[in-house]
Design a protein around this ligand. Structure first.
Ligand SMILES: [Zn+2]
Length: 682
């Protein structure tokens, strides 16, 4: 249960490329309040987002290899260019390198050697394709499936099987079986019949057929195989939860024992499957996140012919691994997932895809290089202090709530106190020694990297929880709250200008980074996070009346965001975005309170024609100056729990009387609500 500041979909497409891009020796500097990004002709009381970001969006068109562009994305791109420089140096075998540095450099060099990848063609994938071709009897599926899942590094082969914290007891790590198996981002793509969805579905089927031809099928056979894949995925989609339901922890917590697991999918040899994964099959406790999905999968498996199964496995395997294959696979993958689905005109440069792969497969090794050069003890101390001030503001806020009983308040305080602050990087670095990297074998490295990570996760089953583990690499430009760990996590990559700016004063920093810290903290108390207690257990600690009072206040936010448009005729699905919208609002309110407390006895000055209070709000708004392609907005409206940038800014300040006062807004302005109608939860 992890709540991110930015969606994973977005994070995966972050960062751009222009033709003249080169590696960077150092991270470039942009101030956290950038007056050149503002459009002062706009009235902040009507549209703070345009006032703070109007010139930024003008000056920063979406690059050709991106579906979306933003302050975060631009920063992530610079971050990647910097890592490119680091990795290129480590890729020199003559350089002085530690064993870990050699692993990083060799992995990157193998990835960059496009000629070798191209020359190898389908050869590296062939042994796995041969294993699929050798399937004669469906009873042999479990062993084969385990092998392919270890290699593929995705949940695309029917489902995923891994470790997770028990919702009932967060100290316990048990086996989780998650629904998966789809090649499109959401069930709706298979089930809706409107023109835009149908167009994507047809393009998807054509893409699947194209991949089959790349694997050597004749056109007619490829088409038939694609039809069969679509039929299977549609059956699985029908049995999958919606994105809104997936946010409900009670809907994804269904513990069974080995017999219960077997009963969900009779005929599937779970013990053999787990043995093939290399994990002990005797665990008595499994969380099957979506039992209806596994039942439907069992029915489907029974109905499928061996040929249908083989087609499905070939498609999901080749699609999952296409970034590690030759240019025809890479291009086909981009043409559908990049261009058709999200409207991105151009494939990312190879160096960028390689940096992202290193981040994915050797992320904490790369993180050591990043942290050593870019995260000083001073930045750490200052951001830890800001985090503590924001937690203190939250404690005062809880105390002052008029709608919450003393009993629930005490439990909220206990939860707040138990939150662990992780700032910068992990205290203990991940050990990659079991991951063998070979300089001339890019495909092999990717597959071994996938298996290494999968086995690392599986090994946690039945083991004590490592509370020090991070779910993001230190160089990541993002942040998260984890409800079961009950921790907030701010990687070193996000604590850099133009977000956290050690050269600027408190006002924009509290608006920007303070708002982010408050955002993650508030996730512990949003509609989803509030269902977990101080220990990270899914346990109701609210009196029924306090729960209703919370829901009433959360509904104010949901009703407000439901009126906002994402693109064309699509409105925000505010049931999907509620947790993020609550975190955005709560986060900025806390940042404001923390800033005011921080400034007691200090003087804040006006600069650039802006008062300190105005600078707080402009600094806040500039965290998310952004633009997106309409196709990408359509995908995000379906799958992204975050509202579009404009509403993440304007939708927050419209609820803050402090904002109206800072800009002397008049009644009737778009961002002024009548007194008493402001939404406020925390
Ligand atoms: Zn969030």
């Amino acid at each position: 249960m992890k709540r991110l500041l930015l969606s994973a979909l977005l994070a995966a497409t972050l960062a751009a490329q222009a033709a003249d891009e080169t590696p960077l020796d150092a991270l470039p500097y942009t101030p956290s309040l950038d007056v050149t990004a503002m459009d002062r002709s706009a009235d902040p009381c009507d549209d703070l987002y345009r006032y703070a970001c109007g010139a930024w969006t003008q000056a920063n068109p979406i690059p050709a290899d991106q579906s979306r562009w933003s302050v975060y994305a631009k920063m992530a791109n610079e971050n990647q260019r910097y890592l490119w420089g680091v990795l290129a140096k480590l890729g020199d075998p003559a350089a002085e390198r530690s064993p870990t540095q050699a692993k990083l450099g060799d992995y990157f060099a193998a990835c960059m050697d496009e000629g070798a990848v191209q020359a190898a063609g389908l050869k590296p994938l062939q042994p796995l394709l041969d294993r699929i071709a050798a399937l004669r009897d469906k009873r042999d599926l479990p062993g084969l499936l385990a092998e392919l899942q270890l290699a593929a590094g995705s949940d695309r082969l029917f489902f995923s099987f891994s470790a997770g914290q028990d919702f009932a007891d967060a100290t316990r790590q048990i086996a989780f079986a998650h629904a998966g198996g789809l090649g499109l981002p959401d069930r709706d793509y298979y089930l809706k019949r409107d023109a835009k969805t149908l167009k994507i579905r047809h393009a998807y089927e054509a893409h699947v057929a194209h991949v089959f031809t790349l694997l050597g099928e004749a056109p007619a056979a490829a088409k038939a195989a694609a039809r069969s894949v679509l039929a299977t995925e549609t059956a699985l989609a029908r049995a999958s939860l919606s994105k809104v339901d997936k946010r409900d922890p009670y809907k994804t917590f269904h513990v069974v024992d080995a017999r219960g697991l077997k009963a969900l999918m009779p005929g599937f040899d779970w013990a053999g499957y787990q043995a093939a994964l290399g994990t002990t099959p005797s665990q008595a406790r499994y969380n099957v996140t979506e039992p209806a999905f596994f039942k439907a999968l069992g029915v489907r498996l029974k109905a499928m012919s061996v040929a249908d199964l083989q087609a499905y496995l070939r498609w999901q395997l080749a699609s999952s691994l296409s970034p590690a294959l030759g240019s025809a696979f890479v291009q086909a993958n981009f043409d559908f997932y990049g261009q058709t689905l999200t409207g991105t005109p151009q494939l990312k440069a190879r160096w960028k895809r390689c940096v992202q792969l290193v981040d994915l497969q050797l992320g904490e090794a790369l993180g050591q290089e990043f942290v050593a050069r870019n995260f000083t003890p001073e930045i750490k101390a200052a951001t830890v202090e800001m985090t503590q001030e924001i937690e203190a503001a939250m404690a005062r806020s809880i105390d002052g709530l008029t709608w919450m009983s003393a009993e629930t308040k005490a439990r909220a305080q206990a939860k707040l106190k138990a939150i662990v602050n992780k700032v910068g990087y992990p205290e203990r670095w991940r050990d990659y020694s079991a991951f063998a990297v070979q300089r001339g074998d890019f495909f092999g490295n990717v597959v071994r990297g996938n298996a290494f990570e999968h086995r690392r996760q599986l090994a946690k089953i039945g083991q004590p929880l490592d509370r020090g583990e991070w779910g993001m690499t230190p160089q990541t430009v993002n942040a998260y709250y984890d409800a079961q760990m009950n921790d907030i996590n701010f990687p070193a990559g996000v604590l850099q200008p133009p977000l956290y700016d050690p050269k600027l004063d408190a006002a924009p920093n509290y608006g920007n980074t303070g708002g982010t810290i408050g955002h993650e903290l508030t996730h512990g108390f949003d509609d989803e996070g509030r269902q977990f207690d101080a220990q990270g257990n899914l346990k109701n600690w609210w009196t029924p009346k306090d729960g209703r009072e919370f829901e009433k206040r959360a509904a104010c936010v949901a009703d407000q965001y439901a009126t906002y448009t994402v693109v064309d005729d699509i409105k925000i699905n505010s049931k999907l975005t509620l947790g993020e919208d609550l975190a955005d609002l709560g986060g900025l309110v806390l940042a404001w309170e923390a800033w005011k407390a921080h400034m007691v006895g200090k003087t804040a000055e006006s600069r650039d024609g802006l008062t300190p209070e105005q600078r707080f709000f402009v600094g806040f708004a500039q965290w998310d100056c952004a633009a997106a392609r309409p196709e990408a907005l359509r995908v995000h409206a379906k799958v992204d729990p975050h509202s579009p940038a404009k509403w993440r800014i304007n939708g927050v300040v419209v609820n803050m009387p402090e904002f109206e006062k800072a800009f002397a807004c008049k009644p009737g302005a778009k961002l002024v609500k009548p007194a008493g109608q402001h939404c406020k939860v925390w």
